[in-house]
Design a protein around this ligand. Sequence first.
Ligand SMILES: Cc1cc2nc3c(=O)[nH]c(=O)nc-3n(C[C@H](O)[C@H](O)[C@H](O)COP(=O)(O)OP(=O)(O)OC[C@H]3O[C@@H](n4cnc5c(N)ncnc54)[C@H](O)[C@@H]3O)c2cc1C
Length: 232
Amino acid sequence: MASTVRYPIPPSFIDFAFKLTPIVIAVIGSLFRLNDYVFSGSLLRAANLKSCCDTFDFIIVGGGSAGSAIAARLSEDQSIKILLLDADGDPNPFTYLPAGVIQTLKHPETDWDYKTVPQNGSALGLVNQQVNFPRGRGLGGSSNINVMIYNRGNPRDFDRWAQVTGDARWNYENVEKYFHKIEDYNGYWSRSGYHGKGGPLSIESVNYAPGLNYVLDAAKEMGFEIRDMNQD
Ligand SMILES: Cc1cc2nc3c(=O)[nH]c(=O)nc-3n(C[C@H](O)[C@H](O)[C@H](O)COP(=O)(O)OP(=O)(O)OC[C@H]3O[C@@H](n4cnc5c(N)ncnc54)[C@H](O)[C@@H]3O)c2cc1C
């Protein structure tokens, strides 16, 4: 009797297919403009405001990264009433997919879709020499449409703000502790001494980056050091 030979699907293929799914969804979504259907269900929380809450201790205009962080911190005191206002509603599901950013850029519910003024010496190939300048709109703001690279500001910018304002509290040396405090860091560089644990912001290294090693090897070969990008 002939035996049946089974060819199991290699686990590495299943893993690959699983990780590719969000990218496929985002690309198909782009092609069929699925975001138009998803966005049309966007909920404006203002509609849910109860008449009980017509006075507030704090009104925060702009529910992006900064406004939301301020609201979250203030709300730790439950006796405080806070109104967090934004120009649009809840984040669209595509904002949860890194590749979903394609869906959100230039969409009127998630992107203010600014353009720079016409440039003089650059953007020579662009219409009117104007560069697209996306800024996020709706709860989450630009964090909904960014590409999730955990990149702190340049220490020299902080030092310069301290100089310009005459307020030494802006020096990077003084603000760095707040970067540590906000982090729950679980990335490659945990031991670099530049990160914190237990804060509200979870940071991880990307767990699927096909081909990344080739790029890093090439960079090393050219003499670049591979290190924590948030290091001094
Ligand atoms: C396309 C893109 C990619 C990026 N990639 C990265 C990255 O990989 N890594 C990184 O570190 N940073 C990245 N950034 C930058 C980062 O996302 C922003 O610096 C950060 O989110 C800004 O936070 P914010 O609170 O200052 O402003 P925002 O998050 O922009 O929030 C401002 C909020 O105010 C609201 N608002 C504005 N005017 C009004 C009004 N009149 N009434 C009510 N609400 C209003 C807006 O709708 C918005 O929600 C990226 C930004 C963009 C646009």
